[in-house]
Design a protein around this ligand. Structure first.
Ligand SMILES: *[C@@H]1O[C@H](CO)[C@@H](O)[C@H](O)[C@H]1NC(C)=O
Ligand SMILES: *[C@@H]1O[C@H](CO)[C@@H](O)[C@H](O)[C@H]1NC(C)=O
Ligand SMILES: *[C@@H]1O[C@H](CO)[C@@H](O)[C@H](O)[C@H]1NC(C)=O
Ligand SMILES: *[C@@H]1O[C@H](CO)[C@@H](O)[C@H](O)[C@H]1NC(C)=O
Length: 383
């Protein structure tokens, strides 16, 4: 009896909270914005050849590789689709990616797997923009919280291995771990970035996801994953936005992902040994021939009236490294021929609020390899 009563009480509460959330959704979005988003979604989400629904509630579509949203970009009208880089850097061919989706989720030949963009995704992107989505070195980003390390020399990309976490955030906050490749003056900065993120969602859907972003104007415009045309998906089984379901456990087993961003003609993204897709070089004026900046580390975003969210494992590196702190290991710079480990004197460590989030480099397995440990519990005010 008591349990039935509790259960019905719970469902009333659930119903109430769902209604409150719908209320919030409608409060922040006018009818006009709502219609605009509907229109955007019909442009972004192309007619699928086949669709799947995941256990996480995502819809994944198989889209004809030649008909994806990427080609709505005016610069890509006559783009010749590449299906693979000409040269895949050797050390990226070893790491076998864990199975993230059931075996049956696989697109037929000629089509690629693309997570369907939802209204919530568009709202998330808007929120992030309102919070001042920015580049780690931009001093104008007063509300940006970063704990990073930077390498500033000519490069054609980089590879890194980072452990994955599920830091807690509120509905309005986000917590990321990224590899950024960039070049250009601040107001027209060209950037491609990839890593994992916990991004705000309406329904306590706080999964850790594979997230990318790119911009050619210093974040005035730009977008996550497939939300604007540009990124050409080539893989039939790995999609941007995919839920990373194997997370590290504090003082327990660590789970890694390997991310590689490198230029081989186009700017390619690899997830472990899998070529996910690319941003055509034509999109980038300042990264047409390479880049001059590689940054890796954590980033959190929060409205200024909320205590800031956790970054990484939610623990400071100073409270323990092994199995406890978020890290980037084996970060190497690509020069078009070789991967090389940056030396400590080539690295600049930066934490915008060291009292909230720490960044620390230490020699890795081989002394010449520097590992980055970063993160913290957050809960900082007045950011
Ligand atoms: C994510 O949401 C679930 C369900 O609301 C909750 O149980 C879990 O603690 C949350 N995880 C984090 C890291 O906030
Ligand atoms: C971490 O794990 C070890 C055993 O693996 C245990 O002895 C120790 O108490 C744990 N520390 C914390 C802070 O949980
Ligand atoms: C880290 O975890 C691994 C596997 O769970 C364990 O073998 C190792 O002893 C741990 N290291 C430390 C320093 O706790
Ligand atoms: C790449 O590495 C090889 C062997 O270590 C070396 O001979 C060559 O000069 C390197 N190439 C570049 C472009 O650094």
């Amino acid at each position: 009896m008591a349990t039935a009563a509790t259960r019905s009480m719970k469902s009333v509460l659930l119903l109430l909270s769902v209604q409150i959330m719908f209320g919030l959704l409608h409060a922040v979005i006018s009818e006009e914005e709502n219609l605009e988003m509907e229109r955007q979604l019909t442009v972004i989400n192309k007619p699928p050849i086949k669709s799947f629904k995941t256990d996480y509630g995502d819809i994944l579509d198989c889209i004809d590789i030649y008909k994806q949203h990427a080609f709505d970009h005016p610069l890509l009208k006559n783009h010749k689709v590449q299906t693979r880089p000409k040269h895949v850097p050797k050390s990226t061919t070893e790491g076998e990616s864990p199975r993230l989706l059931p075996d049956n989720i696989k697109c037929p030949p000629g089509s690629v797997l693309i997570k369907r963009t939802t209204k919530e995704d568009l709202i998330m992107a808007k929120k992030m923009k309102a919070l001042g989505l920015n580049y780690p070195t931009n001093p104008a980003a007063a509300d940006a919280l970063f704990a990073t390390v930077r390498y500033s020399k000519h490069n054609l990309g980089a590879t890194t291995t980072m452990n994955t976490w599920g830091p807690s955030t509120s509905h309005d906050q986000a917590s990321f771990a990224n590899l950024w490749i960039a070049n250009g003056p601040t107001d027209v900065l060209n950037v491609v970035q990839a890593g994992w993120g916990v991004v705000p969602q309406l329904y306590s859907n706080n999964y850790t996801r594979l997230m990318t972003y790119w911009t050619v104007d210093g974040y005035k415009s730009g977008c996550f994953n497939y939300m604007c045309p540009g990124f050409v998906q080539v893989h039939p089984e790995i999609t941007l936005g995919i839920v990373l379901n194997q997370l590290s456990v504090y003082n327990g087993t660590q789970r890694d992902i390997q991310i590689t961003l490198f230029k081989d003609g186009e700017w390619w993204l690899m997830f472990f040994n899998k070529v996910v897709g690319y941003w055509p070089k034509k999109l980038f004026f300042y990264m047409y021939a390479g880049a001059n900046d590689v940054i890796w580390g954590g980033q959190v975003m929060s409205p200024s009236d909320e205590p800031s969210p956790a970054m990484g494992s939610g623990h400071f590196p100073r409270d323990g490294l092994q199995n406890k702190s978020a890290y980037f290991k084996d970060t190497q710079i690509w020069d078009g021929v070789n991967f090389t480990y940056p030396t400590p004197d080539q690295l600049v460590v930066c934490s915008t609020r060291p009292d909230c989030y720490e960044a620390k480099i230490t020699p890795g397995v081989a002394p010449s390899h520097m590992d980055l440990f970063y993160g913290g519990p957050g809960r900082c005010n007045n950011i």
